[in-house]
Design a protein around this ligand. Structure first.
Ligand code: PRX
Length: 653
């Protein structure tokens, strides 16, 4: 078969798959948490009443007076209500019969195991909360958390929530400079970290890295260090404290702080279209309501489930669907520290088999990697405990969806493709697994009580265009920390002040199903990680040899997108392979390994339009080795030829 006809055949099979729908397995549907399709109409008829009913699943110190106060684009949910997120995640389970149930089943990369019951979680969280207070942390103070995937990470978050401190978790894969910038923006008073963590058998020396950041973060008064592996480190006396020592001395009960529904629970930094990440602000009552309701209904959560979300808690998926929702639901969740291919490529399936995981939630990038590694790895394990699969973070291609459904779910498990963002806090588009059919590569439709549309530039409904959310939802971001104007500008000015602009392209089919088409802004999605092109460009131009840089995303079979950088050097610098390597490392130092460009391409000049805008589309085509499009708008067309020639040389060599 020629390459061409193989390609056509693939296209054809893609079309066939996209047109197929899969009904929920009858036995699953029969016992599903949501079995009655009328929920959609009921919620649609009165969304506020629907969300109020969902909020009743939480324990409140004081009930709200008003469900929603909406002064576009500013929303307040459950106005006047008082509650504590930690109480809802821990205390109430200790009092209502789940005291001895496993809350967290943890597996370290090297194979260690720990099980924390709700009682264990209660004791540790109370003690840590008291330790935080004894070190001067009070309600409203910001606490930065930079940790590996160990149980002390959710404990640290919950301890903050207990006393009303605002946590800001920084993914352990971010560099010390990225950590510093986030600490500075939040004005954090304390840092909670660990001596290190493990990833693919390597030690990640978190405290050692954090020390570089701490040189330039005057707001930090104290540092708490969890001893993960007896890794060598420097202790600054008076400032640095061992977690286990503090806990030995701490009182065993700390009264939870009654928080206003609109008090901030946490901030989480995410990438946008500028060089500076944004601190997304989530509050307490609406957020907890939204994540708990979506977890129970979308993941069909039951008391005997073992729920595993493979995300890192450093991202929003971990905040909402590893920590707050599962614990508020009183679930048993699995937490794994390390990589999926360590020591072998069957590590995840081994974990599923050994712990009897029933619900498994991961990202398309992982699914594509599993696909590439081969069927033999899942086949070698008994995966019959699984009953529901989920995916999040990127558009999932039909082939990956089918592979997941067939080889992991073995055609018995519904797959939920959940669309949401750091900003949305909770899942907004999905299917409900007991009542909705699945369409590979379509996320589904709005969760009950949520309204979404596909709009064109003019704000009119269209078959394809931009995804917009047309009604406020409880877990929505409330603002950007320290930047309220950017909040309005970024999300609520594309059409009118009451319509949220997601920055995602989408199409809508006749059956109402939404298909996601990727970001329409300068935000990349590399292995499900959100990275701004401007951030990478700022990191590159920060290097002394660089005059100008442009970064584009190119399609990658496994990662979804990979980063291609184009760089012009300053006079007196040679564009050598060594410099290219240096620049890639420089980006890692500035941001973290997730942002390392796959390629660095040197150019005499960058292709610009007459008005001076860098022609990213052209660069993308060049990086992807595609035929060049129309270049008549270029200021200097020879630049492109030059770029193309060098690119081809690099490819050849
Ligand atoms: O482009 C969408 C993509 O991920 C972006 C949000 O990234 P982040 O804030 O890091 O949160 C990721 C996890 C919630 C979105 O703008 N995205 C997320 N889920 C999906 C998706 N794209 C397609 N399908 C999804 N299910």
């Amino acid at each position: 078969m020629s390459d061409d006809s193989a390609g056509r055949e693939q296209d054809l099979s893609r079309l066939l798959v996209e047109e197929r729908v899969f009904q929920p397995p009858p036995d699953f549907a029969a016992g599903a948490v949501v079995a009655d399709p009328s929920v959609y109409e009921r919620a649609q008829a009165d969304p506020e009443a629907f969300w109020a009913e969902m909020a009743e699943q939480l324990d409140w110190y004081e009930k709200w007076e008003e469900v929603l106060r909406w002064d576009p684009p500013h929303a307040e949910w459950f106005v006047g209500g008082k509650l504590n997120a930690c109480y809802n995640c821990v205390d109430r389970h200790v009092h209502n019969g789940r005291r001895n149930q496993a809350a967290i089943i943890w597996e370290g990369e090297a194979g260690e195991r720990r099980t924390l019951t709700y009682w264990d979680l209660y004791r540790e969280t109370n003690k840590l909360a008291n330790a935080l207070k004894s070190l001067g942390v009070a309600k409203g103070d910001r606490v930065a958390i930079y940790m590996p995937m160990i149980p002390e990470l959710p404990i640290a978050m919950l301890a903050c929530a207990r006393i009303g401190a605002i946590h800001s978790v920084i993914f352990g894969g971010f560099s010390s400079e990225a950590l510093r910038d986030r600490i500075l923006d939040a004005g954090a008073k304390m840092l909670i970290t660990a001596d290190g963590g493990y990833r693919r058998g390597q030690i990640i020396p978190l405290k050692h890295d954090a020390d570089y950041a701490l040189r330039e973060t005057p707001s930090i008064e104290h540092v708490i260090i969890v001893e993960r592996g007896r890794f060598p480190l420097r202790i600054v006396s008076g400032r640095d404290h061992w977690y286990h020592r503090l806990l030995q001395e701490a009182e065993s009960y700390c009264e939870p702080e009654p928080m206003d529904a609109e008090d901030i629970l946490y901030t989480l930094y995410t990438s946008g279209t500028t060089g500076q990440p944004k601190g997304i602000v989530h509050t307490t009552g609406g957020y907890m309501t939204g994540v708990l309701a979506t977890l129970r209904w979308i993941f069909d959560l039951k008391d005997d489930d073992v729920y595993w979300c493979t995300a890192d808690i450093g991202w929003v998926t971990g905040h909402s669907y590893i920590v707050y929702a599962p614990l508020a639901a009183g679930a048993t969740m699995l937490m794994y520290e390390g990589a999926p291919d360590w020591p072998e490529r069957d590590r995840f399936w081994q974990i599923v088999e050994e712990h009897g995981v029933t619900i498994f939630y991961t990202a398309p990038t992982a699914i594509r990697a599993f696909m590439k590694w081969g069927n033999q790895y899942p086949q070698a394990h008994d995966l019959s405990s699984l009953r529901l699969l989920g995916t999040v973070g990127e558009p999932i291609n039909p082939e990956a969806w089918m592979w997941y459904y067939e080889h992991i779910g073995r055609e018995r498990c519904p797959v939920v493709d959940t669309w949401w963002q750091t900003e949305t806090g909770m899942i907004l588009l999905t299917t409900l697994p007991g009542i909705d059919y699945m369409r590979p590569s379509y996320a589904g439709h709005p969760f009950p009580g949520v309204s979404a549309e596909v709009l064109n530039e003019a704000g009119e409904p269209a078959a394809s265009g931009y995804l917009a959310i047309t009604r406020p939802w409880p877990a929505m971001l409330r603002t950007i920390y320290n930047d309220p104007e950017r909040y309005v500008e970024q999300y609520w000015t594309k059409w009118d002040k009451a319509t949220y602009f997601t920055s995602d392209g989408a199409k809508r089919e006749e059956d109402g199903y939404f298909g996601l088409l990727g970001r329409v802004d300068d935000v990349l999605n590399v292995s499900g990680h959100r990275i701004g092109t401007m951030e990478v460009e700022s990191a590159l131009v920060d290097h002394e040899a660089v005059a100008e840089a442009a970064v584009v995303g190119v399609a990658d079979e496994v990662k979804g997108q990979a980063i291609a950088a184009f760089v012009t050097v300053k006079e007196g610098n040679e564009p050598t392979p060594e410099l290219s390597e240096q620049l890639r490392s420089h980006v890692v130092d500035k941001i973290g390994a997730i942002a390392r460009p796959q390629s660095v391409m040197f150019a005499g000049d960058l292709p610009k339009t007459r008005s001076g805008k860098i022609m990213r589309r052209l660069l993308r085509d060049i990086a992807q080795g595609q035929v060049l499009g129309d270049v008549t708008t270029l200021a200097d067309a020879s630049v492109v030829e030059e770029l193309k020639r060098r690119y081809e040389e690099q490819e050849d060599g």
